[in-house]
Design a protein around this ligand. Structure first.
Ligand code: ADP
Length: 440
């Protein structure tokens, strides 16, 4: 028996003993009166606290413990402890639920939960933007009333969810491709996951285009080669024809070699880490080489000027930059008709340095400019081939420049000429004095 109960029984015993005493010493009627008063007080006390307990159970106030003597005090205290424990458990569950919601909101996938009638029970922000939904407004709405694309409705109704569905998004994602997959769970409920795969689709189609382009570029010289081989094998040829055919075949083989080499260069640039920033390139010296090469390529058919800031250098990979900048210079010569002028410059532009090649050549129509650095992109296919181009030069330039944190800018006017400039950030350019200081 615990102390509280012992006390309650003891108080009843005290009443009984006092009543007996009063009966024996005074009169039994006095004892009776005493018992009636004592029990009456107890009944009033208990009724008051029963009522108080009732109110408390009706509208519990956390943190407040009503005070009362004896067994009622104990009841209030225990009830308070129970309510506190229950309250903290509810808080814990609420916090877990909140964290769970936050985690799904942070997911890169869109999530929609559907009930057994395909009505929306919950969706995260990404799913809202993919499907153009409003989580609050569209709650309990049938999803196919909101996402009405026939392919989506069909997908949801077929109940075959092994594969995902690719469809156009809605609202602000109208232009994007969204992958949607449903996962059934529980009593005919569904979890719908969505992902924006626009970029993936784009790279996939770029990859397909690239393979098609490579095959096409190699097929042309290969067809010429095999045609001449066939002719040489089957027809009796004069020495002159034979030598001429062999020349053409050698040219086509060389062309294939150039394409394959450029492709290998591109693959290497994509796979390699960025060049270290320790090596300083003597840019004025590189410009002298580029100038000499341009003169050689032009064969005195153009005026070619060169101006270089003598103290300005760049940190990076010399062979890569030589090939990229050389490409810009050779393009200027190749796409400038006889008598034209080409200017190569290397100068300080305040917050970095600028390499530029300006020509008075054929120029480029504005709609082609944004696509020039795509692989195999040419403004005029036949002209590029005639001048020995592969259509990979500017793609290589773009990669090399990206690896040097530099950007390519193209200004051009059809029929008047072009300017290809490369801007190096200040972090990649160093003044000669700095090199001298380092050398000491
Ligand atoms: P290509 O090997 O065909 O020259 P590039 O990638 O170097 O390939 O250049 C892509 C295309 O950009 C060229 O086919 C040409 O049409 C155009 N282009 C590049 N440089 C010039 C220039 N200086 N003037 C005019 N067109 C140019």
């Amino acid at each position: 028996m615990n102390v509280i109960w012992a006390r309650a029984i003891a108080s009843l015993l005290v009443i009984a003993l006092v009543a007996l005493g009063l009966g024996a010493l005074i009169k039994p009627i006095v004892a009776m009166a005493f018992v009636v008063v004592a029990l009456g007080v107890q009944i009033v006390f208990n009724t008051f606290h029963t009522q108080r307990l009732w109110q408390l159970l009706d509208a519990p106030v956390y943190g407040e413990v009503p005070s009362a003597p004896g067994i009622w005090g104990e009841i209030y205290y225990r009830l308070h402890k129970l309510a506190k424990r229950w309250h903290s458990q509810v808080r814990q569950v609420e916090q877990q639920h909140q964290r769970f919601i936050q985690a799904i909101q942070a997911s890169p996938y869109g999530v929609v939960m559907l009930d057994d009638h395909n009505q929306i029970e919950w969706s995260n922000g990404i799913a809202e933007s993919h499907f153009g939904l409003d989580a609050k407004r569209d709650l309990r709405q049938h999803i196919t009333h909101l996402v009405r694309q026939p392919e989506f409705v069909r997908y949801l109704n077929t109940q075959r969810y092994d594969e995902d569905l690719h469809m156009r998004g809605m609202g602000e994602n109208r232009q994007n491709v969204i992958a949607v997959q449903a996962f059934p769970y529980g009593d005919n409920r569904k979890l719908i996951l969505t992902q924006d795969i626009t970029e993936l689709e784009r790279t996939d189609s770029m990859r397909r285009d690239f393979v098609a382009n490579v095959s096409h570029e190699l097929k042309t010289p290969l067809t010429v080669l095999s045609g001449f081989l066939e002719t040489m094998r089957e027809l009796p040829l004069s020495e002159g024809d034979r030598a001429r055919y062999l020349d053409i075949m050698a040219q086509q083989a060389a062309r294939m070699q150039v394409i394959v080499n450029d492709l290998l260069v591109l693959a290497k640039l994509e796979g390699d880490a960025k060049p270290p920033v320790e090596h300083m390139i003597d840019m004025p010296n590189m410009l002298r080489h580029l100038h000499d090469d341009a003169l050689g390529l032009s064969g005195d058919k153009h005026t070619i000027d060169m101006q270089a800031d003598p103290g300005l250098t760049v940190v990076g990979a010399e062979n890569e930059l030589m090939s990229a900048l050389g490409n810009l210079v050779s393009n200027a010569v190749r796409y400038t008709p006889e008598g034209g002028k080409i200017t190569i410059k290397w100068r300080d532009v305040g917050d970095g340095a600028m390499f530029s090649v300006t020509d008075t050549g054929i120029g480029i129509p504005p709609e082609h400019i944004p696509r020039l650095t795509e692989r195999f992109y040419r403004v005029d296919r036949s002209r590029s081939r005639d001048t020995g181009g592969t259509g990979l030069g500017l793609a290589i330039v773009k990669h090399v420049l990206q690896r040097h944190d530099a950007i390519l800018q193209v200004k051009s006017e059809e029929g008047r000429g072009s300017e290809f400039s490369v801007r190096f950030p200040a972090a990649r350019t160093v003044r000669n004095q700095a090199i001298a200081a380092k050398a000491v």
